[in-house]
Design a protein around this ligand. Sequence first.
Ligand code: KG4
Ligand code: ZN
Length: 340
Amino acid sequence: MIHVLGIDTSCDDSCVAIINDEHKILSNVVSSQTEFHRHFGGIVPEVASRKHLEYLPSVLDQALKDAHLTLRDVDLVTVTQGPGLLGSLLLGMCLAKTIALVGDKPLLGVNHLEGHLFAIRLEYPEIQPPFVALIVSGGHTEIIAVEDWGKYYLLGSTRDDAAGEAYDKISKFLNLGYPGGPIIDHLSEGAQSNRFHFSAGLEDDGTLDFSFSGLKTAVVRCYSRLGEEEKKDKELIRDLVASFQESAVRVLVNKTFRALEMKGFSQIVVGGGVAANRHLRRKMKEEGEKRGVRVFFPSLSLCTDNGAMIAACGLFHWKKGERDSWDMEPDPRLPLVSTE
Ligand code: KG4
Ligand code: ZN
């Protein structure tokens, strides 16, 4: 049995997981830094890297304990190489190199986006490409044609803010808290999403690209124009964020299904932190049922950043014979490329 260690420190979560070569998750530990970044209403890169340094040793210990293994039992070390915050990536990379060097184990760098794609494999090992993937997180909004594992075509991406970024920035401006995604998700449940009318950029432009910056500004402007009493009206604020969410989800769903039609595929996989969104999950499934298309979502803990998805992706490349050397460097802008 092969044991794969997966480390992800692309952003503000310190993640270490161990899986085996049957894609069984033996442990999956995530130490969230939300408490610290909440004070600033967003991620402060310097704080994120300092916290990774502080958290990683105990996160690694916990991952080994949960899996009932020691470092000696690890056969392969995988780590996010990018994209992400450079300082954060460096710390995960440093830990991975140390474990691999000291234990003389193979080392493999993983693309974080590709990791999000592989999250689905942990719960649905039977899933076979081709499929259209929507990766939607705090840093990414991308539609990818997955012709095969390792063979990708980027069909569309955001031209400005990522969808999760829009959630987080709106929440910050409206003083609702951080991170905005889960907060707006929660507030929107049962609210009137047709009270305000917003439209996301590039909604009907015929491309598969996105733009969320204008939508964010429209919501912020709408809030700024409210009177003081209105700003205190909790129902009104819930309706406002639900209306934002309605338009963000609408464009994500419409473009993903348009991509599916264009490619002639019959499966959709959604991944990334925003894939945890209840409204998005509902709407995607509804549309899928209407059209007889299978839509796959990872469970919530595998939507947001985690080490298990990195291990799953690394395992795939390792099986193909790929290896990285000790001079591998983190790359904050690492592109998703096909290896097939
Ligand atoms: O994938 P992830 O953990 O980190 C990145 O790679 O960016 O995604 C984090 C993003 C944040 O913007 C967060 O607000 C958003 O995912 N998010 C959500 C939900 N849970 C997390 N957005 C909408 N609804 C949610 N339930
Ligand atoms: Zn991510």
